[in-house]
Write a protein that binds this ligand. Structure first.
Ligand code: GYE
Length: 309
């Protein structure tokens, strides 16, 4: 039920909503936990959630949004795989009178008028947190800190912003550093490992101080590549990851990485509140950040049992 006779306000007589959700994919533990959180929260709230896994493919996500428009859902939730290329389909949703809420990732500023609100992380802040730790940890590194970076999906908001926030702080703190290499590992363990293998072949690992991986999976893949090259991750090369899954924390407890910037995927209940407000026509903030922390080696063991994904 829902959507049928709801009129301009949308929603069924009982307040239930038909929600179309175009998810990024299933590339990481973070993503799977995020999908589960949203599916469970929709169910608990009595809403009908139409879930499409975009398999990290923008064309599939655009097709899903068009399909939701044809079905005249009450509200569309989009987790855009990349920031650009959404103007046309967002305009189509607006023309059809269907509000769009962004979950997790954002779109380019030029499209700001075409969605109601974004609920998700402040990725630039996550990058700054990673940068703050790196700047402190390597402050006394007189001959310069040599850095490898494994970026997330090219053109995605978290890859763009985690990179920008990180180097913003290194520059502001005046750290003497060099980016030895920086490539995308597409947020997956497989590609993260493959790119790290290429880094090792090209540059070796001697004299590399730090690996900054934009998510757990790429960091964990890189750890395998480092071990296979006969080096000790976390010791021979320091490693920062972003997300903080159980597997990520376990690697931290095992001494294989050095810093975890948390990214929280469990915003399903908060998202349902936002969607209900949007369909009811209430004023909502343009951006609602989710709360997140940071963890160093002294905290990994105590925090591990608290991890939910
Ligand atoms: O960090 C990564 C996932 O968009 C915040 O996407 C999300 C990121 C998350 O693939 O693991």
């Amino acid at each position: 039920c829902g959507g049928g006779d709801g009129g301009s306000e949308g929603g069924g007589d009982d307040g239930s909503l038909v929600i179309g959700f175009a998810q990024v994919g299933a590339e990481s533990a973070w993503r799977t936990a995020n999908s589960t959180s949203i599916q469970e929260a929709a169910k608990a709230a009595g809403h009908d959630l139409k879930f499409v896994d975009g398999q990290q493919d923008q064309e599939k996500q655009i097709a899903a949004v068009r399909d939701f428009i044809n079905q005249q859902v009450d509200v569309i939730v989009l987790a855009p795989v990349v920031e650009t290329g959404w103007t046309d389909v967002l305009q189509e949703a607006e023309d059809a009178g269907i509000p769009v809420v962004l979950a997790d990732r954002g779109v380019e500023a030029a499209d700001e008028a075409l969605y109601v609100t974004r609920l998700g992380s402040d990725f630039a802040e996550e990058g700054r947190k990673a940068g703050t730790w790196a700047a402190e940890t390597f402050a006394a590194d007189a001959d310069g800190t040599r850095i490898l970076e494994l970026q997330g999906t090219t053109g995605s908001a978290p890859a763009n912003d985690r990179k920008a926030g990180f180097f913003e702080v290194l520059d502001a703190e005046g750290l003497n550093y060099e980016i030895v290499d920086s490539q995308s590992g597409n947020f997956t363990a497989e590609e993260g490992k493959a790119v790290m293998e290429t880094f090792i072949t090209t540059h070796g690992l001697d004299g590399i101080d730090l690996l900054y991986a934009h998510n757990d999976e790429m960091g964990l893949g890189a750890i395998q590549a480092i071990e296979e090259a006969g080096k000790v991750p976390g010791t021979d090369i320091q490693i920062i990851i972003v997300d903080g899954s159980t597997a990520g924390f376990q690697a931290g407890v095992d001494g294989k990485l050095n810093y975890i910037v948390e990214c929280n995927p469990a915003f399903g209940p908060q998202l349902m509140d936002v969607l209900e407000s949007v369909v009811a026509g209430d004023e909502v903030e343009k951006f609602t950040p989710v709360e997140e922390g940071v963890f160093d080696a002294t905290q990994f063991e105590a925090e591990l049992p608290n991890r939910q994904f």
